[in-house]
Design a protein around this ligand. Structure first.
Ligand code: PRT
Ligand code: ZN
Length: 303
């Protein structure tokens, strides 16, 4: 049923037009990028070392690449869009020959780019890095931050194992990606400044109207999946006299659904509650007289 209506929509496009999406071949972004495509209802077979895969039910083709190559491939038109860490596109953007924009934030692979110094080193502000050597794989982002703060440091660009640079005498400080902080800790470093916050993003080059139409459809699906993850569906029982107080706590998508129960004077209330205020609202609902509260995950949420 779904497939039929989909084919009707795209039947003239599938033969001639495919949107090429670049995805990291193997790394921290890979699993969640593929999972997102599946949640968006896009089916394809990814087998072993293959560099390409076409979807069966959506006009896209995946290219599996190293993450650092994705911005340039998108800029050059080898791919149309790509999923990449925001830190990578921010770093590479100044050297791209053609425009590439972030068109959707994807909410996974969150991390931060931070400055760190050896534990015990004197540090009170970024001014303390004046004239110091800083090792990093992100010289452009670091340079911009230092310029904003009027600090001149020696930036040493290294491509990996940045965290060992101070202990081997290569640098006085580092600027690297931090997630849990355990890598810094085990290398005797203290995080002193967060200079950039990153998450996975969808990037795109300017596209023809036909390809843009496919991107718009993809973004619509991504947003529906993202919205669903940020909300919970709740069902509860409430006595009629408690309904005004309960309804005031539950915005729902328009307003809550209220249906009478077989027991007179009681109602079932259905609504949607944002994940971030969920526990607070549940507490208030109980206080207002709600009982038998069921909480159900939402798969897609289409406004
Ligand atoms: O092989 P390829 O070039 O494709 O991949 P890669 O090795 O360059 O990148 P990969 O897969 O490690 O990371 C891809 C993206 O994931 C990054 O560009 C970030 O946007 C995001 N990300 C999220 C991270 C981390 N978390 C992360 N923790 N990237 C790297 N790290 C590393 C960091 O470099 C440091 O060595 O993990 C260490 C710190 O982690 P904690 O948890 O100890 O703080
Ligand atoms: Zn990489």
């Amino acid at each position: 049923m779904y497939l039929t209506s989909y084919q009707n929509t795209y039947s003239s496009l599938t033969i001639v037009l495919m949107l090429r999406i670049a995805i990291q071949k193997s790394g921290r972004l890979t699993d969640e990028s593929l999972e997102l495509m599946q949640e968006c209802g896009i089916d394809f077979a990814k087998s072993g070392g293959k560099l390409k895969a076409a979807a069966y039910n959506f006009p896209v083709e995946f290219l599996f690449l190293r993450d650092d190559d994705i911005p340039e491939y998108v800029a050059d038109g080898v791919a149309d869009v790509g999923i990449i860490g925001e830190n990578v596109i921010a770093e590479e953007r100044p050297s791209l020959q053609r425009p590439v924009d972030i068109i959707e934030r994807l909410g996974f692979s969150r991390c931060r780019l931070s400055l760190a110094v050896p534990k015990g080193a004197a540090y009170s502000s970024v001014q303390d890095l004046q004239g110091k050597r800083i090792a990093t794989s992100f010289p452009n982002i670091l340079n911009e931050f230092l310029q904003q703060h009027g600090v001149q440091s020696e930036i040493h660009e290294i491509s990996g194992s940045v965290e060992i640079a101070p202990s081997i005498g290569l640098a006085d400080a580092i600027c690297d990606i931090v997630s849990s902080g355990s890598t810094l800790l085990s290398n005797g470093l203290s995080e002193v400044e967060t200079i950039f916050r990153s998450e996975a993003v969808l990037i795109s080059r300017p596209l023809s109207p036909e390809k843009q139409h496919i991107v718009d459809d993809l973004r619509f699906r991504i947003q529906s999946v993202g919205r669903a993850k940020k909300n919970k569906y709740i069902i509860l029982n409430a006595p009629s006299e408690a309904l005004p107080a309960i309804m005031a706590l539950l915005p729902g998508m328009k307003s809550p659904t209220v249906t009478p129960l077989a027991t007179s004077g009681w109602n079932a209330v259905h609504s949607v509650v944002p994940e971030d205020t969920f526990w607070e609202i549940i507490g208030k609902l109980k206080e207002a007289g709600a009982e038998g509260i069921l909480v159900v995950p939402i798969e897609k949420m289409i406004l």
